[in-house]
Write a protein that binds this ligand. Structure first.
Ligand code: ACO
Length: 402
């Protein structure tokens, strides 16, 4: 019902593309996706090769600087990050102020925003040394902030980082360790988490990354731009889906495990009933990340003893959906989040932390995209147009006459 003449704005033709399904916002050299073929590459490297052979730190380097690091570059990158994992003691006090039952995502975004008040010597987007410093600070401090958000929610003491450990091991220790006890990292668990972080590290112009770029296009600093991205990721149609999948599976189980009647409700488009973890704006084929995650889910649940019943339920749901005309017609396949929640649960993370883990993974992508945006001479402040459909001019009426 839109009057096409309205598309002719005051300064020429305006393109109306709700949700930007077909509008490119930028050129980018970082991530390549072919949604029809189910292909994902970071800087040209296929995602399965990176997931199997690289590490999260190395992949972060690749995304941010464009090339795989030499052994010595990787060592210096890793050691610079490990020297910045501590938080300012005053920033730690922020955690006292949040309600204990707060969701850790807004706690995380608020504390990342707060980093810009404590680290004022690295805010200038056009000073390369400061950009480098904020890059290292964010990579180093986000896992600390994330672990603190979790510890706060369970009323346990915040542990200082132990910089003899790697980034993932350190995060696991700060999440699950105890002050006076040595924390023994399970290498299988650490490797699985590292691999999941690689799979989440970038995904070109998704909702949160576009948010980071848009905020940054106004020349806001990297900390607050990333904080905005975390808030976008919080939404259940984006990163929050991993949490929503587990809630969906649990409620199907508690209602007796009747998958076909659940699928019927999805197909009838009952308000609020979607097959969470299915569908993607770009992938019209199996999400290549979901295939890798599914394999990890099998391995991890077998070795850590996870919730096999929910995994079985997820697999049955996938099977039914993939052979159903509704899903086939609409090219709906499992996305990266369909199986991740089951793995995070087996690792011992509560449901509320799932999207926080996604944020730790996505951080290198946000940073790489922010830096590409700031250094691109084509960048202009992001400012979409609109098509006005409200009242024409009308005269103000005093309150007594309304
Ligand atoms: N369950 C049921 N039906 C769906 C689903 C789903 N998960 N996803 C899409 N559809 C249907 C829509 O109802 C629509 O049907 P119609 O043509 O009859 O109206 C059709 O498929 C096309 O869907 P759109 O909503 O137009 O697709 P869009 O690209 O806008 O949305 C999105 C993509 C948001 C991911 C959607 O598939 C969805 O809501 N999925 C569930 C949430 C989810 O898993 N999000 C995680 C995405 S991946 C990530 O962020 C890491």
């Amino acid at each position: 019902g839109l009057d096409i003449s309205k598309l002719l704005g005051t300064t020429g033709m305006v393109t109306l593309d709700p949700g930007y399904t077909n509008t490119g916002s930028t050129t980018s050299k970082i991530t390549y996706i072919d949604g029809d073929a189910g292909i994902l590459r970071y800087r040209g490297y296929p995602i399965d090769q990176l997931a199997q052979q690289s590490t999260f730190i190395e992949t972060a380097y690749l995304l941010i600087y464009g090339e795989l690091p030499s052994a010595s570059d990787l060592e210096s990158f890793t050691s610079r990050i490990s020297r910045h994992t501590l938080l300012h003691e005053d920033l730690k006090r922020f955690f006292d102020g949040f309600p204990r039952d707060a969701h850790p995502m807004p706690v995380l975004s608020s504390s990342v925003s707060a980093l810009s008040t404590f680290y004022q010597d690295s805010l200038d987007p056009f000073n390369p040394e400061q950009v480098e410093l904020s890059t290292i600070r964010l990579l180093a401090k986000l896992p600390t902030l994330a672990a603190y958000a979790y510890r706060k929610s369970i009323g346990q003491p915040l542990l200082y980082p132990d910089n003899s450990l790697g980034l993932v091991e350190n995060f696991l220790r700060m999440s699950f360790g105890f002050p006076a006890e040595p924390y023994v990292v399970d290498p299988k668990l650490a490797r699985a988490l590292d691999q999941l972080l690689i799979l989440h590290a970038d995904h070109e112009q998704n909702c949160s990354t576009s948010t980071v770029r848009l905020v940054g296009s106004a020349h806001a600093n990297m900390f607050v731009s990333v904080a905005a991205g975390i808030n976008a990721l919080y939404g259940p149609l984006h990163g929050g889906a991993n949490e929503a999948v587990l809630q969906m599976l649990s409620s199907i189980r508690s209602e007796g495990g009747d998958i076909s009647s659940f699928v019927k409700r999805v197909k009838n488009k009952e308000p609020g009933v979607k097959l969470m973890g299915f569908g993607h704006r770009v992938y019209k084929n199996y999400d290549p990340r979901a295939a890798l995650v599914k394999a990890t889910a099998d391995e991890i649940l077998a070795s850590l003893g996870g919730d096999d019943e929910l995994l079985d339920l997820a697999k049955q749901l996938e099977e039914i959906a993939l052979s159903d005309e509704y899903f086939i017609e609409r090219k709906l396949y499992p996305n990266v989040d369909f199986y991740t929640g089951l793995i995070y649960k087996a690792m011992g993370f509560p449901t509320k932390m799932f999207t926080v883990l996604f944020a730790i993974g996505r951080l290198p992508g946000w940073i790489a995209q922010w830096r590409e945006m700031i250094n691109d001479p084509m960048t202009k402040i992001g400012r979409p147009r609109q098509v006005y459909t409200g009242y024409p001019e009308r005269a103000y009426t005093p309150a007594a006459d309304r």
